[in-house]
Design a binder for this molecule. Structure first.
Ligand SMILES: C=C(O[C@H]1C=CC=C(C(=O)O)[C@@H]1O)C(=O)O
Ligand SMILES: [Mg+2]
Length: 491
């Protein structure tokens, strides 16, 4: 839980310094590393050290860009939809990775073992500071991995070497390291301080500048998307399943090497009310702005979101309202949405108490599109960790379909490409089990001059292939704009 006064008190010698805990002080990094060195030597194995301090105002996007020389290929960024939390991870103290279907528990087990002997200082920071893992999962671990996604494991989390975390306006900088028994903690301390100074100094000087951009869309076989939608809708009418989400991908070749920092800046400026994410893995960068939370945990409170059913925004406030009203009343979209609510309700009722779900959906409007939206909250059961909940929910029928297994099998057979991390859970969690995951839609994979973008639609019995195809264009728009204003005409 967020506890501002605690950290402030310790770091500024106010209030807390005058109370019973007067003798406790926040250890500085050197002292902590010295202790960690002792512990690592005594154990004969590496020890995780995590040191957090408050820092002065700095723009997280500038901090991300400031990491370009030292940590390019090893940067992550996350912001929640109301910008209460922003995280920038630069460099990796460690990657926690797993492949195959037991990836959720494999990640959880490895994280626990890293935390077992960890030294974390101060212990009680706001929830996005300290030892935090940032990363995500692939959509379907049973789909053969394509070359495009070669550097993205089925589960891949970065424990950042440097983590800038902003929560409720409080800025912290964390240094994480896995100190080896034979490592010189003095050298590590000097290097850490040097890197922190460089990054902060550069970030203060730097503002992300946007350069004009042009590019060409290469839309491969749009007819095949029509074909699979038609076929799936037929299967649904015959009763084989209730819903399946079918996606397509599109390539955009830009006239320059794409800068993740600039794309992120445009997403940040253009996509209010969306989660923002960036995960670099070497020369590849997965990036996007998703309106859809999968699940968040804060203390024992769990929150999820049903977001499915779509219509474009209007050009005038009147038209926008008319479209919104039409969406609320549209049978096909209500069915698409209801299937999601049903599944998330089942998952929450089996894992939580005090489950609350409104009767009817509301509208959720982002820049390019409006959706049907139903929030879900509950109190986590004793064994319900955040990752367990992620595993239980993924994929919801907003990304996979219903029933879950049949729809994922249909996607595997019909879609004809590897989704990689598209439509999969991405986010962060900390050493106390708090954190948040969104689903990685409205996203693309950047690689030098090329961006590969993904968009999909919930298919039900009365889906019309032409209008689902049109819906994918609306969903491509956030990434096309963020690349620098590419439009459908750039084909
Ligand atoms: C699968 C996507 O969107 C999902 C989320 C919201 C609305 C959806 C829809 O109306 O079809 C989709 O289920 C995507 O953007 O690629
Ligand atoms: Mg739809």
């Amino acid at each position: 839980m967020c506890n501002r006064s605690f950290l402030h008190g310790f770091l500024h010698g106010t209030k807390w310094g005058e109370t019973v805990v007067a003798l406790i002080k926040v250890m500085d990094l050197e002292e902590l590393l010295a202790r960690g060195g002792q512990r690592a030597r005594a154990l004969g194995s590496p020890v995780l050290i995590s040191h957090t301090r408050l820092v002065s105002e700095v723009d997280p996007l500038s901090f991300f860009a400031a990491g370009e020389d030292l940590f390019t290929g090893q940067r992550s960024y996350w912001a929640d939809q109301d910008r209460r939390v922003q995280l920038v991870g630069l460099g990796a103290a460690r990657y926690v990775e797993a492949n195959g279907t037991n990836r959720f528990s494999a990640v959880e087990t490895e994280w626990q073992s890293l935390l077992d002997n960890a030294l974390v200082e101060p212990r009680d920071t706001h929830m996005a500071a300290g030892p935090v893992l940032l990363g995500g999962f692939s959509f379907d671990p049973l789909k053969p991995k394509s070359k495009l996604w070669a550097s993205y494991a089925d589960a891949s989390f970065q424990l950042p070497r440097h983590l800038l975390a902003v929560m409720d306006g409080e800025l912290t900088l964390t240094f994480n390291v896995l100190l080896q028994p034979d490592e010189s903690w003095q050298a590590t301390a000097i290097q850490a301080a040097d890197e922190q100074n460089k990054l902060m100094e550069r970030a203060h000087r730097l503002t992300v500048k946007l350069h004009p951009a042009s590019g060409k869309i290469r839309e491969r076989e749009p007819e095949s998307y029509h074909r699979i939608v038609e076929k799936a809708a037929g299967h649904i009418r015959e009763g084989a399943l209730e819903k399946v989400v079918l996606a397509r991908k599109m390539e955009v070749d830009m006239d320059h090497v794409i800068s993740p920092g600039q794309v992120l800046k445009r997403l940040h400026d253009q996509q209010a009310h969306s989660f923002l994410f960036v995960f670099e893995r070497g020369a590849s960068c997965f990036i996007g702005a998703s309106p859809e939370r999968l699940v968040k945990r804060e203390g024992n409170r769990l929150i999820s979101t049903c977001l499915a059913g779509s219509i474009p925004r209007g050009n005038t406030p009147e038209e926008d309202e008319q479209l919104g009203q039409a969406l609320l009343e549209d049978h096909k979209n209500r069915v698409e949405h209801a299937v999601v609510v049903h599944m998330i309700r089942e998952a929450f009722e089996s894992e939580c108490t005090d489950v609350q779900i409104p009767e009817a959906p509301r509208l959720y409007k982002v820049r390019d599109i409006q959706h049907l939206y139903t929030p879900v909250v509950g109190k986590a059961g004793a064994d319900t960790s955040l990752l367990r909940m992620v595993e239980r929910l993924h994929p919801t029928p907003a990304l996979g379909g219903y029933p879950q297994q049949q729809s994922v099998e249909m996607i595997r057979e019909m879609e004809g490409f590897d989704r990689g991390w598209y439509a999969a859970p991405i986010g962060w969690f900390n050493h106390r089990g708090d954190g948040e995951f969104a689903v990685a839609i409205r996203s693309g994979l950047l690689h030098r001059e090329r961006a590969v973008l993904f968009a999909g639609c919930g298919i039900v019995g009365d889906s019309d292939p032409d209008s689902e195809y049109e819906e994918t264009w609306v969903k491509f728009r956030p990434m096309l704009s963020a690349l620098g204003g590419i439009s459908r005409d750039d084909r």
